[in-house]
Design a protein around this ligand. Structure first.
Ligand SMILES: NC(=O)C1=CN([C@@H]2O[C@H](COP(=O)(O)OP(=O)(O)OC[C@H]3O[C@@H](n4cnc5c(N)ncnc54)[C@H](OP(=O)(O)O)[C@@H]3O)[C@@H](O)[C@H]2O)C=CC1
Ligand SMILES: Nc1nc(=O)c2c([nH]1)NC[C@@H]1CN(c3ccc(C(=O)N[C@@H](CCC(=O)O)C(=O)O)cc3)C=[N+]21
Length: 279
């Protein structure tokens, strides 16, 4: 048996079409949506994401500023930049890329992002509201995971979902969103004693780790749905997920990398930006 491919591309195309229409209306009103992306890393996955945001934004009529502070940036510089862009009325969406320079923490810095502009749901206020079930922008990647599961009508209520990874950008917010859908959620991380023992009992596995082929067939119950969030640069300049390709032979359904969660993440970030501009 070969797993059904849960492609993100067609879904991302739909989302971008809606975003383009809404962005055009805002532009007619003289309020072209504007997104600012602050980066302080030379991490390849992040650089790739920043370029793809800028490209996709241009295509849907959102203006996008990339503010590259470089990997040597200090927490004071990053904070000052986020404060300046938060106070700028022409900027509707604001996000800070991870990873950050050594010693800097997203959880601390994102407090400088104005709540209304926090389109990647990184500030403590957004995350707290998300955990409390109150309206807030969810981190785009976590929302992308849920959007794909919903689009392909994967049953979540009462199901066991194992999330591998507990970052603020993906694992933790995804766990909250899954709980809201009445899934029974287990969150695994680098200290989980026996990862395969946990994930192999799950109906759905979400892999958000950043290690190529960490999730093998032994980690996945036959027929389970697997969402691969990992985007790991390969030696030949390509991109590999966290899931071993051999998993496709036993899983029921699997998101490809590239072409799975990534494009949906970018599209949702842009949707959040038009929403922020509409308000
Ligand atoms: N496709 C997309 O749209 C996106 C893709 N990504 C990709 O997803 C991946 C994860 O990103 P991010 O969450 O930011 O990464 P982080 O490095 O912030 O978090 C990684 C998580 O994985 C856990 N982990 C590390 N090693 C293991 C292991 N051997 N077994 C189980 N858990 C482990 C860590 O545990 P601990 O907490 O104990 O350290 C941590 O919680 C990366 O490849 C990134 O590029 C990220 C965002 C969007
Ligand atoms: N605050 C923050 N939020 C993030 O969401 C965040 C971040 N920091 N730092 C970096 C990671 C990485 N990330 C990606 C998103 C989309 C693709 C993506 O669209 N990838 C294409 C790749 C296409 C290709 O290269 O061939 C795909 O999967 O199809 C990749 C990587 C978001 N991240």
């Amino acid at each position: 048996m070969t797993a059904t491919e849960l492609k993100g591309g067609p879904l991302a195309t739909q989302i971008r079409a809606d975003v383009a229409e809404r962005a055009a209306k805002l532009t007619e009103q003289g309020r072209t949506p504007r997104l600012a992306v602050v980066t302080a890393t030379d991490d390849e996955a992040s650089a790739w994401y920043v370029r793809s945001i800028a490209k996709a934004a241009g295509k849907v009529g959102i203006s996008c500023d990339i503010v590259d502070l470089g990997p040597q940036a200090t927490t004071a510089e990053i904070t000052a930049t986020l404060e300046r862009l938060s106070a700028d009325d022409t900027v509707h969406g604001l996000m800070l890329q991870t990873p950050l320079p050594a010693g800097a923490r997203l959880e601390e810095l994102a407090g400088a992002i104005d709540f209304a502009k926090d389109v990647d749901g990184a500030s403590p206020l957004s995350l707290g509201r998300l955990a409390a079930g109150l309206p807030a922008f969810a981190p785009a990647t976590a929302e992308a995971v849920l959007t794909i599961l919903e689009h392909y009508q994967v049953e979540l209520q009462g199901k066991h979902v194992a999330v591998v990874g507990r970052s603020t950008v993906v694992g933790k917010p995804a766990a909250h969103l899954l709980l809201d859908r009445n899934a029974t959620v287990t969150v695994c991380h680098s200290r989980t004693a026996d990862l395969a023992a946990v994930t192999s009992t799950a109906d759905v596995v979400v892999a958000a780790v950043g290690r190529t082929a960490l999730i093998t067939p032994a980690h996945v119950r036959p027929g389970a749905t697997v969402i691969d969030v990992g985007t790991n640069p390969t030696e030949d300049g390509g991109l590999a997920g966290d899931v071993d390709p051999a998993v496709a032979e036993t899983a029921g359904a699997l998101t490809p990398v590239p072409g799975g969660v990534g494009p949906v993440t970018t599209a949702l970030l842009l949707r959040h930006t038009v929403e922020a501009a509409e308000h």
